[in-house]
Design a protein around this ligand. Structure first.
Ligand SMILES: [Zn+2]
Length: 267
């Protein structure tokens, strides 16, 4: 399979599995413009339980799913976890993370090492697959969604929701894992000191969510700086075009730097 092209300002993505809606499978996503995204992201409650926060962060990031404009968090909650993991990893890549360095320690000699994951390779090799529905009801197998996680109390509950009476068999567990390859990515390497095998696990969806939280906090900090300096309302600041907001922020920073210098001179 060819590697995905490097990050570019393209605004489209195609979900591997998609969402069934009125007899159609919706897969095409349109991303928001950076300017729209910055404002939408401030509405995400990053302190909510993880899957809810992830659904809201997707809603902030995505302008359309198929014909649905501004799909809300509830729509993304219905996506298969496999699609959500793929989407978060794809957005991480799209937003400029092409490789990840993960610290790991050797269990035998304690040496600290760094393992590297190429996100392009991970995305190319690990596309989620759509499980086929069996003919008989007892043979039904479907992929778990975030909504399933809300009602399942244990991993066994979740397996029963998706595989019915066949839950728990090694073959079914292997198929579910195979269908969601980006759930947790495992990296394997060798210790450069003693040669033992070293591994690390990466939660790509968690990393993407963390990056969105940091960006939302940075943006809110800039709103706070402007509100303090100019006494504008939040609504007024959010409605400023990006270049103007950045220009005012530069002025604030220059003034703060000059004020600091003056204080230093007169002390
Ligand atoms: Zn070692």
């Amino acid at each position: 399979m060819p590697l995905p092209s490097p990050p570019r300002p393209d605004s489209r993505l195609r979900l591997p599995i998609g969402l069934h809606e009125k007899g159609r499978r919706l897969r095409d996503l349109e991303l928001r413009s950076d300017e729209d995204l910055r404002v939408q992201r401030t509405a995400v409650d990053f302190l909510a339980p993880r899957e809810q926060a992830l659904s809201s962060a997707f809603a902030a990031r995505i302008a359309a799913l198929g014909p649905l404009r501004n799909p809300d968090a509830a729509i993304f909650h219905r996506l298969a976890l496999a699609d959500r993991h793929w989407l978060a990893a794809s957005l991480l890549f799209r937003e400029g993370t092409t490789a990840l360095q993960v610290p790991a320690s050797c269990r035998k000699c304690g040496q600290i090492l760094e393992l590297e994951l190429s996100l392009a390779e991970a995305l190319a090799k690990a596309e989620p697959i759509l499980l086929r529905r069996g003919r008989k009801r007892s043979g039904m197998l479907r992929l778990p969604t975030a909504a399933d996680l809300d009602v399942a109390r244990t991993a066994e509950d979740l397996a029963r929701l998706c595989a019915g009476s066949r839950a728990g068999t090694p073959a079914i567990e292997a198929r579910l894992q195979q269908a969601d390859p980006l759930c947790v990515v495992e990296l394997n390497g060798r210790c450069c000191v003693c040669g033992s095998s070293v591994n690390a696990r990466i939660d790509l969806a968690g990393l993407w969510l963390g990056s969105q939280q940091r960006l939302a906090e940075d943006f809110l900090h800039s709103v706070h700086t402007l509100a303090q300096a100019y006494h504008w309302s939040e609504r007024e600041i959010l409605s400023l075009p990006d270049p103007r907001r950045r220009a005012y922020l530069r002025l604030c920073r220059t003034e703060t730097a000059e004020f600091g210098l003056e204080q230093h001179v007169y002390e």
